[in-house]
Unconditional design. Sequence first.
Length: 116
Amino acid sequence: QVQLVESGGGLVQAGGSLRLSCAASGRTFWRMGWFRQAPGKEREFVAQIYWNTGATDYANSVKGRFTMSRDNTKNTVYLQMDNLKPEDTAVYYCAADVLGTTYGTWGQGTQVTVSS
């Protein structure tokens, strides 16, 4: 069974940086993504990476500030978040799309809080 374990969340001041990690159990994926959910809001897409090519996509709200990468040897993806803003405050979730259809596997989430 596929498992995803996130880490790296925390409290940071506006303008600061955090790096999230998501370690996946021993298999490869079509793509992996980061999503976030702020209080009272729906979960939204943040970024994704295609495992074979390394190609990435980003939400407009984070483009130029967040960078998603992967380490094939560790089966781990990262989300480097720079120039954080209070509106980035949310629970961040890692997700995996195994077959190239939909994100069907989710991590437990990690809290990111950005103070102004």
